[in-house]
Design a protein around this ligand. Structure first.
Ligand SMILES: C[S@@+](CC[C@H](N)C(=O)[O-])C[C@H]1O[C@@H](n2cnc3c(N)ncnc32)[C@H](O)[C@@H]1O
Length: 222
């Protein structure tokens, strides 16, 4: 039987990942940290899942927030071990799950908020959206951050951390309209979006979707 290829993320040391993502010409760790803080403030969830949580960027914003359930999921055990070391004392409710999101399962209606920042670029989009729509509680929110396709900048920015180049072989940027089209099938209605352009020239789109199990359509205010 053919063996499944090892996910390139497993070959990227946590130190390389964090140094690359926070490098002065990248600054994505800082951007994602702020986005996470804003999303938490906006929704004040009682239960949250963070998909592709890596080493727990922004988890300091979960402390003292009266959140009953916090689940972080990532395929890389080293990242999760660091996350655990950093936050287990201050976040006793933190549950870290080492799993491939393409295979992960959670009970239906588990979460008020699911945050997936720069993760859809690495997974099978539709199967994960389908699962998310079940994992969310009724009226729960999905917060997504996508890297926008941009001919002017490299997929993975140039930094001294060469292991990140492994991502060039698996990273698939998704056109927002293609993503929205897929989301429509899963009773998730877009409620808000925002665009961020970094100094590197890279652009990112954040979109919030609300679970709408009633089947009613969200209508934009006039
Ligand atoms: C760009 S990082 C995410 C950044 C993070 N969400 C933040 O806000 O700072 C992508 C993460 O997704 C994880 N990942 C990639 N593919 C995955 C998969 N198939 N299943 C689970 N995690 C995956 C990687 O290990 C990595 O930690």
């Amino acid at each position: 039987m053919k063996e499944k290829a090892k996910n390139p993320w497993l070959k990227i040391p946590a130190e390389d990942y964090e140094r690359h993502m926070s490098a002065p010409n990248v600054l994505q760790l800082q951007m994602l940290n702020k986005i996470f803080a804003d999303v938490l403030n906006e929704f004040q969830p009682k239960s949250i899942a963070v998909l592709g949580c890596a080493t727990g960027n922004g988890f300091e914003h979960l402390i003292n927030k009266n959140i009953e359930q916090i689940v972080g999921i990532d395929v890389n055990q080293e990242y999760l071990a660091i996350c655990k070391k950093r936050f287990e004392k201050k976040l006793p409710q933190l549950e870290l799950v080492c799993a491939d999101l393409n295979d992960a399962e959670f009970p239906n209606s588990s979460f008020d908020l699911i945050h997936a920042a720069l993760v859809f670029e690495y997974v099978e989009v539709e199967p994960l959206l389908s699962k998310i729509s079940h994992w969310l509680k009724s009226n729960g929110n999905l917060s997504v951050v996508l890297q926008l396709p941009n001919d002017a900048s490299a997929l993975v920015s140039e930094t001294p951390y060469q292991s990140l180049k492994l991502l060039n072989s698996i990273m698939k940027l998704i056109e927002p309209e293609v993503f929205r089209e897929k989301v429509r099938q899963y009773e998730l209605n877009e409620t808000r979006n925002y665009k961020i352009k970094l100094q590197s020239g890279k652009c990112f789109l954040g979109i919030i979707f609300k679970q709408n199990k009633t089947g009613a359509q969200y209508i934009e205010p006039l």
